[in-house]
Write a protein that binds this ligand. Sequence first.
Ligand SMILES: Cc1cc2nc3c(=O)[nH]c(=O)nc-3n(C[C@H](O)[C@H](O)[C@H](O)COP(=O)(O)OP(=O)(O)OC[C@H]3O[C@@H](n4cnc5c(N)ncnc54)[C@H](O)[C@@H]3O)c2cc1C
Length: 491
Amino acid sequence: MALKTYEEYLESLRKMRPNIHKFGELIEDVTTYPATKRTVEGHGQVFKMQHDPEFREMVTVQSDLIDEPISRYLSIIKSPEDQIANSRLKRLMFHRTGTCTGGRCAGWTALNAMYASTWDMENDLGVDYHQRFLAWLKDAQKRDITISGALTDPKGDRTRKPHQQDDPDMNLRVVERRDDGIVVRGAKVMICGIAAANEVFVLPGSAYKEEDKDYCVAFVTPRDVEGLTIVETRHLGDGREMEEGVGFDAPVTEGGITQAYLFFEDVFVPNERVFMLGEWKYTGPTVVNFILPYRSAIGGCVAGQGDIKIGSALLTARTNGLADKVFSDKITTMIINNETTFSVGIAAAALGRKHPSGAWQPDPLLANVNKVHVATLPYETSRIAQDIAGGIGETGCMPAAVDFNNPEYGHLVQKYLKAAKSADSRVKAARMVEWSTMGGGVPGCMHGGGSPDGAKMFIRMFYNSEKTVEMVKRIAKINEDIPDPGKKPRK
Ligand SMILES: Cc1cc2nc3c(=O)[nH]c(=O)nc-3n(C[C@H](O)[C@H](O)[C@H](O)COP(=O)(O)OP(=O)(O)OC[C@H]3O[C@@H](n4cnc5c(N)ncnc54)[C@H](O)[C@@H]3O)c2cc1C
């Protein structure tokens, strides 16, 4: 059966070569190390849910490749319903974990992007990329693996192209082509959920021209492949204080966030796992194939985060003795923000189009509009949550759990933290406000899935403002030619 159990998932991670570092230590077992175990548990919840009748339909789907139920995270999105299920799944995952499970969602999006891109390259150029990709995907579905998605390069000087950088490794590139595969060098940075992943799906970070064809490479590699060194990033509220038994300092009990820096020092990738090699004209479309489903569904993810902010703010207020109605208008604004990102994503899914490969791709204008909302509205929702919670929630302004429980002065801490409800409930609720508004619970609303300015560029590209000018000229009976003076006339 293609659906792993939670224990089988943990076992698959334990078997991997340790190559992840944090706080100067090599992490021997990501399933028990304090700063990675919670992200593993968060990602692992889907393995519990796929065997639970309550959630099975949300998290699994029938595969037309292996004719078995598989994790949705390994499926190809072929209809608006599949894409809507993507948004709903991301919202659900936030509800279950209180944080980001990006080690599945970015990988899922990457494999969907390459499904379409490999089909285009095979169709246009006759290379067998799509067949290779399908062979890998079939196997991935049978093994029920967890895959991170890696696009972001260090990039170096943002004004220069990859081949113009002082150091050519600032963007990941191919340094050797062999009969049986390729060797890659460089890095991918800020990659979500690596500690919870079995494999990493690598895509080009941008659209490139011919002079940068060595940077035009897409492949999948095991997370523990020889030559790959990984360093986990730091996060507010993670690390040693999150250790088991420390109490409310670790606000979410089955979830945690990690991103990582991935250093590829001459990593070999066999041909059967290479899905693009030098086809520079296909890098732009590949990035677009990635951002359409990602920017549509991220609205569901941040709506889920927003739901957690509402619940946390209300709980903190209630423990202070304050009724929900005191904050009615503020809560309404939070709800509107959540449902805006969720529903624009759903609209992008509904108004999408079928790629010739059979993949369903959300509407590009609406998907990018959603990215800008996602980079804007959750910040207001966070502001309101902090407003409702008071200072104890704003910056987690409370003594640590060890002081709360200290035999000498803990009773004083608890006495003065108690409000209308127990000190214990009040600090736990307030920690959730802190976590979800400024801690590790924030899933990269601003830059995750690309910066909002990039999305704005696409919005201008996909919105036909010339058509609006013609529209108004017709109804206002303006017959004169009024071109945009900022545009050079075509020769
Ligand atoms: C929580 C989180 C999770 C993430 N997860 C993943 C993941 O799983 N996989 C992955 O691949 N990536 C991931 N990322 C990385 C994310 O995709 C990048 O942060 C994003 O693409 C922006 O790149 P950057 O951070 O290098 O910003 P920069 O490129 O440094 O951009 C900073 C600002 O400068 C502007 N800018 C940049 N270049 C130019 C230019 N040439 N001209 C004018 N303006 C410019 C940008 O618009 C932006 O406003 C994650 C990020 C976060 C925060």
